[in-house]
Design a protein around this ligand. Structure first.
Ligand code: ATP
Length: 243
């Protein structure tokens, strides 16, 4: 870890940077992931580097959707694996769902490294993309999915998604929950539920809310019925523009 005291005002941000750099060094994260992270940091700076009310609202709806899903799946790329591997494993365990590896920049070696990394952080079942199931309306490497994972899922939780695949997942009839600090990205605008927050802050809150919604399907569905993603996105965009 960079030699920075915990009292430093940018301590959390610097620790997160270190985690991404360590992910690149371990072969888990693509070097392009550094740029994606930088874009996220810029939005987080504008949002005051805290979980805002609109994010809490989206996290609660996401937890309700995941807790009442029939076949939820946790889809993981190299940045998410570097930043929150234990939390992703814990979410999958709480939902009795598989984790599935899905990366934008094609590399079998990196996909395997992500799988090993997740298993080392407690994931029980980590599925890999296959040639047997493919998402329509998508040309990138991310179209390959596992038939028993994303291929069969009704709800996909994808912490850091790209716009094209988000659209392809939604067009396939799946409900898609994303975490994206940019409320104006194509991903944010296309997802069923958009959590505008840093993934390292959002995950612990999501785990708490999933635990609260489990076993209370009626109340969870009612909460989902009241949720309005367009309004949440508008509130997030206003926060970015006005502070
Ligand atoms: P889109 O294809 O959705 O329009 P993009 O091309 O603008 O997205 P990418 O480069 O694919 O963006 O990915 C970076 C996205 O991930 C940015 O929107 C950024 O805000 C978000 N992001 C990066 N790091 C984090 C993080 N730690 N937590 C939440 N979001 C993040």
């Amino acid at each position: 870890m960079t030699d920075v005291p915990a009292s430093h005002p940018r301590y959390a941000s610097l620790r997160t940077r270190d985690a991404i750099v360590a992910g690149v060094e371990a072969g888990v994260t693509s070097i392009h992931g550094l740029i994606a992270h930088g874009r996220g940091e810029a939005f987080d700076y504008l949002l005051g580097e805290r979980t805002r009310g609109f994010a809490h609202e989206a996290i609660d709806a996401a937890a309700a959707m995941l807790a009442t899903a029939v076949r939820p799946v946790v889809s993981v790329n190299g940045n998410a694996a570097a930043l929150v591997p234990g939390e992703l494993a814990a979410l999958a365990a709480a939902l009795d769902a598989p984790v599935e590896v899905n990366v934008f920049h094609a590399s079998k070696e990196r996909e395997r490294a992500i799988r090993e990394h997740l298993l080392a952080h407690g994931a029980r079942e980590v599925l890999m993309p296959t040639g047997h199931a493919v998402l329509d309306h998508l040309d990138s490497n991310r179209r390959f999915v596992h038939p028993d994972g994303i291929g069969a899922a009704d709800v996909v939780f994808v912490p850091l998604e790209d716009g094209d695949r988000c659209r392809a997942l939604v067009r396939s009839g799946r409900r898609v929950i994303v975490v994206d600090l940019n409320p104006m990205s194509r991903t944010s605008r296309t997802a069923t539920i958009t959590i505008v927050d840093d993934v390292t802050r959002a995950m612990p809150v999501l785990l708490e809310r999933v635990a609260a919604h489990r076993g209370h399907a009626g109340a969870a569905r009612a909460a989902l019925g009241r949720y309005d993603n367009a309004r949440v996105l508008q509130a997030a965009e206003t926060a970015v523009r006005t502070g």
